[in-house]
Design a protein around this ligand. Structure first.
Ligand SMILES: Cc1cc2nc3c(=O)[nH]c(=O)nc-3n(C[C@H](O)[C@H](O)[C@H](O)COP(=O)(O)O)c2cc1C
Length: 388
């Protein structure tokens, strides 16, 4: 598919290692470990990559790409550069791999030369500060509207199942409308779309889950068949970049965008067991208690923890995200539930988050009103903490 032909980007977007090897972090700026955070500030490494600490920036859609070309622009490079740290991992925001994969205004793509050039500047800004960056590859499937589609056609999905009427979408000209009934993809259209976005109710998750996938071909029905698209995409991306530059993000038990599997354990156990032998850079969960994305705060109580449930069947590096604080991140890593924790909302408003957590500096609260779209306000104007 569209994004895969751009091999020259691959060398720019580096990744974590395929298997964990704990190191004490000696010889780098993070070796002065505080008592409070002795785990999140330790290095994690293996293979060709080394992270100096375990505070990861989660992928965050900010809808501030260049309006016509959907290419990242200098403002975006500045934003990512502000959040880069030596040996710190940033997972850049979800980016459609083809024009049919779009569902929002201002989301940067990764399917045209101009977009690739824009991403190159972002990657350079992060590398200049010694950081590591992955890009999250995206196809939204039915979470779109014909006004975003080339030629104004209906969005595509595994099956012609619309998103629940209670949920609304924004059209390209800013109207709030119900989702349309998507067009079911023909079998012949489903061939081979480094973090692969397999979460939050987008195309891959629409294929994984039984209420959005009513297909009767080899991509629907059994769990093996519903997981086929994710496995084919993962294999195709590995062939381009190599397994140790590819991660997969999943949200078992998540309900974003009208998603959700009635009995997630059999499905996600199969998926994780199938991914495990591939030697991926990492597996990345969104904990279901807190989605953070979208227009409203979501904070579910007493829900299962993806990392606790699935860690026993995943032997590689595991990253988890969703409502973590420095303290709960520390506890999760020290208990062995995850190797690193990704932070979303508090990384938006604290560009120097790793330092703040490490030093125990106060955190700046984020402003939801400026999450999506706009210019520098709520984007690059959050200051680093000044202890004086
Ligand atoms: C503004 C915003 C945009 C987001 N965009 C993405 C995205 O592009 N891809 C993704 O997988 N998750 C996305 N998420 C989810 C975050 O990566 C993260 O999992 C979530 O915010 C929970 O972490 P937190 O509690 O630390 O914010 C987004 C969340 C927010 C708040």
């Amino acid at each position: 598919m569209g994004g895969l032909r751009h091999r020259h980007l691959a060398g720019r977007v580096a990744g974590l290692a395929s298997r964990t090897g704990y190191k004490s972090g000696s010889g780098d700026s993070w070796s002065q470990v505080s008592h409070e955070f002795s785990f999140i500030v330790f290095a994690v490494s293996g293979g060709p990559y080394r992270l100096n600490h375990r505070i990861v920036m989660a992928p965050l859609t900010r809808m501030r790409a260049e309006k016509e070309s959907f290419a990242p622009r200098p403002l975006n490079a500045e934003y990512y550069g502000q959040r880069a740290t030596p040996g710190g991992l940033i997972i850049a925001q979800a980016s459609p791999v083809m024009s049919t994969g779009r569902g929002n205004a201002g989301t940067p793509g990764i399917y045209s030369d101009q977009q690739i050039e824009g991403w190159r500047d972002v990657v350079n800004a992060v590398h200049e500060k010694g950081g590591v960056i992955f890009l999250q590859l995206w196809h939204v499937g039915r979470v779109s509207h014909s006004s975003f589609q080339p030629g104004g056609v209906l969005p595509v999905a595994p099956s012609a199942v619309p998103i629940a009427e209670a949920l609304k979408t924004m059209t390209a000209d800013g109207k709030l409308v119900p989702y349309e009934t998507p067009r079911a993809l023909e079998t012949s259209e489903i061939a081979g779309v480094i973090e692969i976005h397999g979460a939050n109710g987008y195309l891959i998750e629409q294929f994984l889950q039984s209420h959005t996938n009513l297909r009767t071909d080899r991509y629907g029905g059994s769990i093996e068949n519903r997981a086929r698209l994710l496995m084919e995409i993962t294999q195709a991306v590995i062939e381009v970049w190599g397994a140790d530059r590819v991660g997969v993000r999943l949200s078992p038990y998540g309900v974003a965008n009208d998603s959700g599997e009635a009995d997630p354990m059999p499905l996600y156990s199969h998926v994780i067991r199938s991914l495990d032998p591939l030697g991926l850079a990492y597996l990345h969960f969104i904990e279901p208690r807190s989605s953070g994305a979208g227009r409203a705060e979501v904070n579910h109580q007493n829900v299962p923890s993806a990392m606790v449930l699935f860690r026993p069947i995943w032997r590689g590096v595991l990253i988890s995200a969703g409502g973590f604080t420095g303290e709960t991140a520390e506890a999760a890593i020290s208990a062995g539930h995850a190797d690193a924790i990704a932070f979303g909302r508090i990384f938006i408003s604290n560009p120097d988050l790793p330092r703040r957590l490490r030093e125990g500096f106060p955190l700046t609260p984020c402003n939801r009103a400026t999450f999506y779209g706009g210019e520098e306000i709520g984007y690059t104007d959050y200051a680093a903490y000044d202890p004086l």
